[in-house]
Design a protein around this ligand. Structure first.
Ligand SMILES: [Ca+2]
Length: 413
């Protein structure tokens, strides 16, 4: 199984490489716990299984063979409630913390067991990573990074004309109207899979091509989060055009109904094609078009708030200086509304039901304006996480639906 994944991930599912190649790749992804480079305390001994106190760490020099998404597998035991999380690039120039696993919980307090997290983004090359112990005493025997999917560049870039004349008009250049049944159109969408926390400690597992979480129904795309499903607290889906087509400029419009319920975090947004790993964000740029959290939506009326935000290296939420605006939306759960941006070469406007309420016009350099490069469209429904879960998750809900009538991209000419 592992061999299959490695061969497929690395040589792009072409002819299998020699067994020697496979073994080198495998060994470069496998780490004995005692091979750490440094530790927060001299108490961590280099024995076959290392033992770490809560809030201590050990670091490793790793050489990642391919850029892509990985499953992290750890052989772990320790106190009840303990676990680890893994930090990438702990000596980064921005002084940020790149958590690429979320908490990997130890569910056994005696025997070593294998625990996995899926979807961690890693760039090929040499990294220094840290394993942090949390919640109690932890023992680790070994860990692995198993390739799930190699990163592929997006082959098609649609660049929209944005000519503002008296006679110019919006013309549709791309859309998904979500007609038909079954899974979403795989010529337009791929899936971001896993439960590594997505940079926000989100607990849900995003599944791959699973009708329970993403399906076409009644001319809409239904993204459904399900509680206690598939061995996870929550499952859901995150669709992206990355790897299919990306977009530069244009009017980009989502017509949607969003779920109520404390804990939900619904999004229709764009992420720079240059996103590869956590280090590449927010340099790659992000444009949030439809973004709402359940605790800001009235469960009974469906009235709530939508947030439009641009994130760039100069202005982003981990510095708490991002530039955004919010708009009140009536019955955003029961009725369709259109959430859109107009993205010009020097300014981005946010619109609700055709009316502008947001302007981002910081464009003096690339740190303010990475928005001269293509972005891909993402649709997802999270449950919990840094913002969505800030006031907890309402336990009365077993499922939530994010319903999209269409996604449309227009140009002005
Ligand atoms: Ca439709």
């Amino acid at each position: 199984m592992i061999y299959g994944l490695v061969v497929c991930g690395i040589v792009g599912c072409g002819p299998a490489k020699s067994e020697d190649t496979v073994e080198i790749l495998l060994s470069s992804n496998f780490f004995q716990a005692e091979d750490f480079v440094s530790s927060s305390s001299n108490d961590v001994k280099k024995s076959a299984t290392i033992s770490m106190e809560a809030d201590s760490w050990v670091s490793y020099a790793i050489d990642v063979p391919i850029t892509g998404r990985f499953q992290v597998e750890v052989m772990i035991s320790g106190d009840k409630g303990s676990g680890i999380w893994i930090e990438d690039y702990h000596e980064n120039k921005d002084g940020r913390t790149y958590d690429i696993t979320g908490k990997i919980e130890n569910s056994s307090n005696s025997e070593l067991i294998s625990v996995t997290k899926d979807g961690s983004p890693l760039r090929a090359g040499k990294h220094e990573i840290k394993i942090h112990a949390t919640g109690g005493q932890v023992e680790i025997d070994w860990f692995k990074f198993i390739p799930m999917k190699a990163h592929t560049n997006t082959p098609v870039i649609l660049t929209q004309k944005m000519e503002q004349n008296d006679w110019s008009e919006w013309r549709l250049v791309w859309s998904d109207e979500f007609e038909g049944s079954g899974l979403p159109d795989d010529s337009k969408w791929t899936y971001n899979v896993g439960n590594w926390g997505w940079g926000n400690n989100e607990p849900q597992y995003y599944t791959d091509k699973r009708m329970e979480n993403a399906r076409l129904e009644n001319g809409t795309l239904v993204i459904e989060a399900q509680k206690n499903d598939g061995g996870h607290d929550w499952t859901s889906a995150r669709l992206t055009t990355q790897g299919k087509q990306s977009f530069l400029y244009g009017k980009i419009e989502f017509r949607a109904k969003v779920p109520v319920g404390k804990g939900t975090w619904t999004a229709g947004w764009l992420l720079g094609d240059e996103y590869i790993d956590e280090l590449s964000w927010p340099y790659c740029g992000e444009i949030d078009v439809l973004e709402c959290v359940g605790y800001e939506i009235d469960d009974s009326t469906g009235d709530g708030l939508n947030h439009a935000t641009c994130h760039a290296r100069a202005y982003y939420f981990k510095q708490n200086n991002q530039i955004g605006s919010e708009s009140e939306v009536s019955n955003m759960n029961g009725e369709f509304h259109t959430y859109a941006i107009e993205w010009y070469p020097d300014v981005i406007y946010g619109l609700l039901d055709g009316k502008r309420y947001y302007t981002y016009d910081k464009n003096s350099n690339e740190l303010e304006w990475p928005f001269f490069k293509p972005q891909n469209i993402i649709l997802n429904l999270a449950v919990g996480g840094g913002w969505g879960g800030a006031q907890g998750i309402d336990e009365q809900w077993d499922s939530h639906q994010f319903i999209l009538d269409y996604v449309r991209v227009y140009e002005l000419r």
